[in-house]
Design a protein around this ligand. Sequence first.
Ligand code: ZN
Length: 478
Amino acid sequence: MGYEYRQEISDLIELRKKAYTDISDAIWGFAESRFEEVESSKIQQEYMRSRGFEVKADLAGEATAFIAEWGSGKPIIAYVGEFDALSSLQQEADKTERAPIPGKVNGHGCGHHLLGTGSLAAADALKTYMESNNMTGTVRYYGCPAEENAGGKAYLVRDGYFDDCDVAMSWHPHTTNKVTGADRFLANFRAFFTFHGISAHAAGSPELGRSALDAVEMMDIGVNFMREHMIDQARIHGAITNTGGIAPNVIPSEAQVLYAIRAPKITQVKALFDRMCDIAKGAALITGTTVTVRQVSAYSNVVHNETMGKIMDEHLHAFVPINYTDEELAYAAKFKDVITELDKDGLKSMISQLGDKERRKEIQEMSMLDFVLDRRSMIGGGGSTDVGDVSWVVPVGQANVNCFAAGTALHSWQAVAQGKSSIAHKGMLAAAKVLACTGVELLMKPELLSQVKQDWIDELDGEVYPNPLPKDLKPEIW
Ligand SMILES: [Zn+2]
């Protein structure tokens, strides 16, 4: 069976290109951050309804979460999208110097306006293709809030919204094109440890006081000693979010520390977290205080799927190079000039891993890295994603698709500035095509879908999702 459907999918996405870029640009403008993506969610829901999808919203305690569904029966193919912005990154579009928009706080520094809309477009195109080719099955688009600083998808997973899916796909705007399956994402937990003591005059009656700040310090000492006895790849970093006040003559009655705990696997993170809860109890015992622990998020590691990687890689090669115009390359070159010196170093070190001397020189000159990286290379990994949680309950495929000038860092004003450009739009549309074609192929070849499932079972190797979020934890802005 050939890939004749690729042209049809590509045409379907090009046909509605304006609607998709309008939605993406509008979400860029709304720039709503975690759990406040009201308009960003609404515009996507409205579009999907207008295209014949059934929409249910307000899921798992997340008002801005929704699922748009079309079709019936198995298999159920899920496209996963995001639309949250980042704080303090407001920036005028296309400006190559820092230009905050007055009155705005947030900016789309991680390209989630493109991410959500690209996944939505893939679901839309697959649905239309299935309709016109009389194919059965279900297509879903998951509008997932709060990827940043809350892990919104973990709540949807915990509450069972992905349980009946056969496969899920996502992508991320990037400066490279690459299937992301083999990369190392770190799982992570965030938790507040709040100590409660007794306030007293620090000179007049210190024997009557019990210092919560002492307990925070004791806990940090305990965690420092624990660092010697944990795996090399684990990371623990903390911020004291409440010191108990600024008066040295008052014994602090309440103090708080927030820890991020990271390791390659969510089960390792959970084990470290359990040990830290014991350290906190110890610190409370030593200081005569009490402690309350509030875990506020969990991001699981991504369960790799080799077959999904292979399929997506083939389709990625079909739609990349994206082929930019001279004008677009000149636009990107201007942004390549204004990335930070550190990002320039990062780009150089990434390029040093690519090809021979000649090729590296060639790549160094490029303003857009318009080629596909080897999916087995470790380039572009790191960080954490809540797509990881999805991958524990359903096989997942993901790719990075180029939307920004070479070397642009995510979570920067430079990325925000490029978010409405034609290079960003082209990346989004290419990603939608890759995701939709992967969907078509899985529907056409049930044996491939079985292989995807088998890979997932093999990769989990008997492990089950550890449900890292407490059962009664509600999504919140903390
Ligand atoms: Zn992101």
